[in-house]
Design a protein around this ligand. Structure first.
Ligand code: PEP
Ligand code: CO
Length: 447
């Protein structure tokens, strides 16, 4: 650990994607209040995620990290959260059933309220406005007042994250995650969806297995059958928020960021001299590093050394998001270099951020088939280079949106207007997510 680190030392580095809070006195008051509010997650849970990541790095489990590109305050509603959790449980069940691998589940949830942007401003109706930066910073409504960077939003993000986590804990520890509920999970989707038969077959077989266990007198009501661990994550971007939730764990005396179990370093703040890297270098949470086509090799190695000087296992996830045009060229080079340096990392594939395009109606779009292709390439390259592919990081929702094209339902560009609700990047919908889970399972099983 860097000995000169303090939870404020990031303030002496280059703060990329910094917000311009309109009232600094208000900001100070908000942060003062936030720093006294209870932790959102607990260090013991975060340590258990690290152990799970070690299992993943050995090929004994699979990582499914997913959720919205950007959460929004208005969408902090029970049914939406419920839909997302359910789709993640269904995807996990499919992957585990087909591959015999345990799935470690991490949501992009309960804190994914801030976005990095390439431009600071946009023109709306001939007026230049600060760009939408995520609900923790400003509103997407296009007026100068709504687009102000408002510190009060930081507190709202905390309370919305707490409410979201409360529901997640109720679902995942209160019986809903029980495999005995799988027939209930099934009710919600897939009317006339071609994959329904395949899905139902799994449900029937699992139900039979549960009945068999019951007949043997095994206790299927014990917590092992009814509870799952569900971890949270978001991009470490707004360091005022992260600093206020960074606390010393009373059990170990170590620093943890209690805003989420895992934080990731975004592609736009991935610089060794950044405030984000300095901040992340002092906390004990596992850290993801997004690596896109523009990465600088020397700088990335500097970041890995700074974030994990002891080369601890389960600490660093390299989340590559090259896109299909460059993954075949860039991923082998990156893997070879990290292997040469003997850095312990978990290899994760983000198959969405490198495969986004803007269509003629100015909508961001992704093709289901491109996403699958990037996952296939990632697996093939990892196996060829003799490292273990650990899992995927992806943007999806449990709702019936029309934001990505393709898949068995063959959504087309003409369908996008039916229900395009993302304020940021396009997400797979519930059906596409389940379809993807089958594709992932087939890819993983192949090796
Ligand atoms: C994201 O994960 O939403 C994101 C902005 O990704 P990246 O930093 O890889 O562009
Ligand atoms: Co995104």
């Amino acid at each position: 650990m860097n000995t000169e680190w303090t939870k404020k030392s990031w303030q002496n580095f280059n703060y990329y994607q910094k917000a311009n809070w309109y009232d600094t006195k208000l900001l100070a008051d908000v942060l003062q209040e936030l720093s006294k509010l209870p932790a959102l997650v607990f260090a013991g849970e975060t340590r258990s995620l690290k152990k799970d990541l070690i299992d993943i790095s050995r090929g004994d489990a699979f990582l499914l990290q997913c959720g919205d590109c950007s959460e929004s305050f208005v969408d902090c509603q029970g049914p939406r959260i419920h839909n997302l959790i359910r789709i993640i449980l269904q995807m996990s069940m499919i992957i585990t059933y087909i591959t015999n691998k345990r799935v470690v589940k991490i949501g992009r949830i309960a804190g994914q309220y801030a976005k990095p942007r390439s431009n600071e401003f946009e023109i709306v109706d001939n007026v230049q406005l600060p760009i939408y930066r995520g609900d923790m910073i400003n509103s997407y409504l296009p007026t100068p007042e709504y687009r102000k960077h408002d510190p009060k939003r930081i507190l709202e993000a905390y309370y919305k994250s707490a409410a979201t986590l409360n529901l997640i804990r109720a679902f995942t520890k209160g019986g809903y995650a029980s495999l005995q509920s799988i027939t209930d999970w099934q009710k919600h989707y897939f009317k006339n969806f071609p994959i329904m038969d395949k899905y139902s077959e799994i449900v029937i077989n699992i139900t039979k297995a549960i009945n068999f266990m019951k007949a043997l007198g095994l206790d299927v009501n014990n917590p092992q059958f009814n509870e799952v661990n569900f971890y949270t994550s978001h991009e470490a971007l707004i360091l005022e928020y992260e600093e206020s939730l960074t606390r010393i764990d009373t059990t170990t005396g170590d620093w943890y960021d209690t805003s989420a179990h895992m934080l990731w370093l975004g592609n736009r703040s991935r610089y060794c001299d950044s405030s984000q890297v300095e901040f992340l270098s002092g906390i004990n949470n596992p850290i993801g590093i997004k690596v896109g086509p523009d990465y600088n090799d020397e700088d990335l190695m500097c970041i890995i050394d700074k974030l994990n000087p002891a080369n601890e296992q389960g600490k660093i996830c390299i989340i590559t998001r090259f896109g299909i045009p460059t993954i075949n060229k860039q991923l082998p080079v990156l893997i070879k270099h990290i292997k040469r340096k003997k850095n312990n990392v978990v290899w994760i594939c983000d198959p969405v951020h490198g495969n986004t395009y803007v269509n003629k109606y100015n909508r961001k779009v992704r093709r289901f088939e491109d996403i699958v292709k990037e996952i296939e390439s990632f697996w093939e390259i990892c196996i060829h280079e003799n490292v273990i592919p650990g899992g995927i990081h992806i943007e999806l929702t449990g709702d019936n949106v029309t934001e990505c094209i393709g898949g068995l339902r063959a959504l087309s560009e003409e369908d996008l207007d039916n229900n395009y609700t993302s304020l940021c990047d396009p997400r797979l919908n519930a059906e596409q997510s389940v379809e993807l889970a089958f594709k992932i399972a087939d890819i993983v099983k192949q090796y």
